[in-house]
Design a protein around this ligand. Sequence first.
Ligand SMILES: [Zn+2]
Length: 413
Amino acid sequence: MKNKVTHCRQQWAVGHGFFHTARVDVGGRVYRYVYDCGSTGQGVLANQRANEFLNVEKLYGADRPDIHMLVISHFHSDHVNGVPNLFLLFNVRRLVIPYLATDAQIIALAHFASLGPDAWSRFHLLVTDPRAWVDAQNGEGNTEIVQVHGDEGDDAPQEESAPPPFEDGNGFSLGSPHLSKQPWIDCPGAPVQISDTAPVAIFNAKRSVWTFRFYVQDRPTLENLIIADLLNKLRCTSRGDLLKNLNEQAWIQSNWETIRGCVKAQAPKEQNKTTLCMFSGPKPNHTLRETRLSFLPHALRYPWMSARNIGWLGTGDAELADAGRYQSFENHYAGFIEKTLTLSIPHHGSVENYHPKLARIGRAHVITASAGDAKHPAPAVCLHIQSECGNPLVVTREGWTQLFECFDMEFSN
Ligand SMILES: [Zn+2]
């Protein structure tokens, strides 16, 4: 028996920010996932693109479609400020976020506080109490929350063993029986934690057809400059004390400008500690039937019309310039890198996050940035990618730069 699968994914034009959406249509059953939703400022452009996404998905039937998995790579405004709108427009069934230890929470809260009391009040609970934050968005308690943490002992996970199948053998599984229930009702509990080696897959007739692989990069630093600065300037006695204060509205009101000073003083280093990367792609037992691309400027530059491996790899804000960090990333994605066609270059193409070996991963290198910003993407990064394999695809705020990829395939059982 043959299973037809159609996969379409879109990198939306939000300028400096990130909004990636995808659908996996398995014989008429549609699964949607999103990786980040945000843009600079108040997120106006991200909200506009999310509305366009809704209009497209409405064509397939539902007035209020499901997002089966919404992944947030890291807690920066330009990656999350469109997320509340997604909760308004869609049924978000599952929110997947990186697990943050104390230092990472402090850095994330300082980031939102540095943008002012409004940004802080919109997002601080997402950092410290994601269940409360999600319930405030949709009030229905039907979004499952999954926190992914790094798995230090095992840097080179194998292709997964199958997660437990659902009763009818179809669905979106995160490899834990607790998470296998469908439909997603009654999941108001505390966030569930999984390792970034946990198998995550879409199943059809008890066979997995689509696979995801997370990777959490934690950046341990002996001396965290922002935190040292905050402790000093805000006269906090300990990290615990600082974290408690960063959760209190009155304290934020009177201290946010000092916090902004500390965050800016240490830019561009150490503005984020933890990033969740994600690979998404078909299981190997498929035959590719057709590849469709649209938005002409990019289609013209695509050198890989006959590519067999069509996976996507999102790197969020991973810092991969350091050789050791790059190596951990590559080890973790052993077996997945070869299946990658489209790679998002970390942190909008900044030099601080770029390793030359990234240019060898996949054949389409996507950078999201506003055109004309001298630092994002860095000319050196673009030139290096060009010297290796072709043109970096810079998706700006202009609609015509959007990247749309669509693949038809067949699975043999
Ligand atoms: Zn960003």
